[in-house]
Design a protein around this ligand. Structure first.
Ligand code: ADP
Ligand code: TYD
Length: 215
């Protein structure tokens, strides 16, 4: 089973993934947790290129680098794990590309879809949790996590985080459109709730859907 988490930076994805992974492992489930971009030697190198703030990268270059990282991760890690029956939890997948490079950077959607199809070889998540929060609020969490003032030119931010509020608003709108197109795959959760409330909702949703259902 492939479970993915989506949402803008600071929505709380990593926090929920950590809790879910611990919970499932305590139930005896084989779980592999990964984040995009990254997860293989090559993909981690691509991650560094993409996120280091000193690089200037064109939208097309960015799309191809995220896609290259994804192709490596799927081929080397995700497909083999799924074939063994492991539950794979992914912090971001191709919906991030549609939201950030498509709606955020403005790459045309038919081109983007064909590149996603090529890089994923058709792999689809079984379920996608979308943590919904306004960009302003999510980014305030990021700034306070890093203990830095609210300024998008701050050098402590990574290259993507420096894209500015307008960009994140487009990404946020983009996610809404993506979810409307595939309502059966997405579970949208209000990310302003407490960490524990969100965790409980995720467990409730997964109950009965995992290969070894949760008690
Ligand atoms: P993401 O992986 O989506 O970027 P994180 O899980 O790293 O988000 O969370 C970003 C920051 O927000 C962290 O400091 C985290 O402790 C905090 N956080 C996560 N979930 C919540 C929540 N439900 N309410 C308040 N703060 C949260
Ligand atoms: P990361 O720190 O892993 O995410 P987060 O800030 O949510 O904890 O950073 C990954 C960044 O890359 C994030 O800004 C989203 C962006 N991204 C894309 O633009 N396109 C993609 O396809 C992926 C996977 C990520």
């Amino acid at each position: 089973m492939l479970i993915t988490f989506e949402g803008i930076d600071g929505a709380g994805k990593s926090t929920q993934i950590r809790k879910l992974t611990t919970h499932l492992r305590n139930q005896g489930e084989e779980v592999l947790t990964l984040r995009e971009p990254g997860g293989t030697e090559v993909a981690e190198k691509i991650r560094t290129i993409l996120l280091e703030s000193r690089h200037d990268i064109t939208p097309v270059g960015e799309l191809l680098l995220f896609s290259a990282s994804r192709a490596e991760l799927i081929n080397e890690v995700i497909r083999p794990a799924l074939l063994e029956g492991t539950t794979v939890i992914l912090d971001r997948f191709f919906d991030s590309t549609t939201a950030y490079q498509g709606y955020g950077r403005g790459i045309d959607l038919p081109t983007l879809r064909s590149i996603i199809a090529l890089s994923t070889d058709g792999l689809q998540p079984d379920i996608t949790f979308y943590l919904d929060i306004l960009p302003e609020e999510a980014l305030i969490r990021k700034f306070s996590e890093k203990s830095i003032p609210l300024a998008f030119d701050n050098e402590e931010l990574d290259r993507m985080e420096r894209s500015g509020l307008d960009f994140y608003q487009k990404v946020h709108e983009g996610y809404k459109t993506i979810m409307q197109q595939e309502p059966s795959r997405f579970v949208s959760i209000n990310a302003r709730q407490s960490i524990q409330e969100i965790h409980t909702l995720i467990l409730k949703t997964l109950k009965g859907r995992l290969p070894n259902p949760l008690p």
